[in-house]
Design a protein around this ligand. Structure first.
Ligand code: SAM
Length: 277
C-alpha cells in the first residue's frame, strides 16, 4: 500500500456506535469482549490498520469489512484487537508442577504425552513447556508432543520462526539457555529456540470459538490469560470442552487471575489456577 494518509494515531475518530459495532464483530468471531473503557485501545489499534490500508475513517473501514465476502479483513480485525502479552516461564508455578509432578508421573505411566497450549501467542508458553519436558524427562521427552494454537496468524508466524530478542529471555534460567537456544548468525541480539526443543512444538491456527479438529485426549491443557477476555457463559462452555478432551487425571491450567470459581465445571481443584479431571 501507499504512504499513510492519516495524521497522528490519536487523531482517529471513533464514535460510541462504531466502538460497539467493532466490539460486536470481535465477540461474534472470537468471543473477545470489548467493554467500555477499551475505546482508546481500539482507537490506536484500528488507526494502525487503517493506515496500512490507506483508509481514512472507521466508518469506511467497517463498510470495507462488511463488503469483504472472503472475511479476510474480519480475521485481520480480530488479529489486531487480540492482546498477545506473554513471556517465557510466565506464572512459573505451573512449570514447577509440570517438571516435578505431572511429567514424571506421565512418564512412569508410559505412552505418548500430549500437551495443548491453547492461546499460545508468540510461542513463549509452548517452548517453555518443551524446555521443561526435556529438562524433566531427558531422552523420554521425545514422547511429548506440544500442540500450540492461536487465532492470530500474526503471532503464529512469529512463534513458528522461534526467534526471540535476547532481552525476552530474562525469565529463562541462565543454566538452561545453552541447551535450548542457539545464535542466529545473521542477527545479533536474536536467538532461536534450538532443535530438539523446537521440534516438540507443533503450531496450528485455531479459533477456540469454532470447531476443534483434534480428538485428544490431552494430558495437560494450558489455557492461560485467554479466558479473561470472554464472558462467563463462553468460559463455561470452553472449560466443559476442555474437560471432554482431557484424559482421566489430566490437568487444566488457567491464568492466575482466572479462577474457575463461579463457573459450573466437573474438574477438581488442585491448587490456584490448576484443575484436574
Ligand atoms: C494474552 S495472550 C496469552 C498467551 C499465553 N497463553 C500466556 O499466558 O502467556 C492471549 C492469546 O489468546 C489468543 N486468543 C484470543 N481469543 C482467541 C480465540 N477465540 N481463539 C484462539 N485464540 C484466541 C490471542 O490471540 C492471544 O495470543
Amino acid at each position: 500500500m501507499t504512504a499513510p494518509a492519516l495524521g497522528p494515531v490519536a487523531a482517529l475518530d471513533l464514535t460510541d456506535a462504531e466502538f460497539r459495532h467493532v466490539g460486536q464483530l470481535v465477540t461474534r468471531i472470537a468471543g473477545i469482549q470489548l467493554p467500555p473503557g477499551k475505546e482508546s485501545l481500539v482507537r490506536s489499534r484500528l488507526a494502525k490498520r487503517l493506515r496500512a490500508l490507506g483508509i481514512a475513517t472507521v466508518r469506511e473501514y467497517l463498510e470495507f469489512v462488511e463488503r469483504d465476502t472472503s472475511r479476510a479483513e474480519l480475521a485481520e480485525l480480530v488479529d489486531v484487537l487480540t492482546t498477545n502479552k506473554t513471556s517465557f516461564f510466565r506464572e512459573a508455578e505451573h512449570f514447577r508442577l509440570l517438571e516435578r509432578t505431572i511429567l514424571p508421573a506421565l512418564a512412569r505411566a508410559g505412552g505418548p504425552i500430549n500437551v495443548w497450549s491453547a492461546g499460545c501467542s508468540t510461542g513463549e508458553e509452548p517452548y517453555t513447556i518443551a524446555m521443561v519436558a526435556r529438562e524433566s524427562l531427558g531422552a523420554a521427552a521425545s514422547r511429548v508432543r506440544v500442540l500450540a494454537t492461536d487465532i492470530s496468524a500474526r503471532v503464529l508466524q512469529r512463534a513458528r520462526s522461534a526467534e526471540y530478542d535476547t532481552a525476552l529471555l530474562e525469565d529463562v534460567p541462565v543454566a538452561l539457555r545453552p541447551a535450548h537456544f542457539e545464535a542466529v548468525p545473521s542477527s545479533t541480539g536474536t536467538v532461536r529456540v534450538a532443535s530438539p526443543t523446537r521440534d516438540l512444538v507443533h503450531f496450528a491456527r485455531l479459533n477456540l470459538m469454532g470447531d476443534w479438529p483434534m480428538k485428544g485426549p490431552f494430558d495437560v491443557i494450558f489455557c492461560r490469560n485467554v479466558m479473561i477476555y470472554f464472558d462467563k457463559p463462553t468460559q463455561e462452555r470452553l472449560v466443559s470442552r476442555y474437560a471432554a478432551l482431557l484424559a482421566p487425571g489430566g490437568y487444566l491450567l488457567v491464568g492466575h487471575s482466572e479462577s474457575l470459581s463461579g463457573l459450573r465445571h466437573a474438574l477438581s481443584y488442585v491448587q490456584p489456577a490448576t484443575y484436574r479431571k
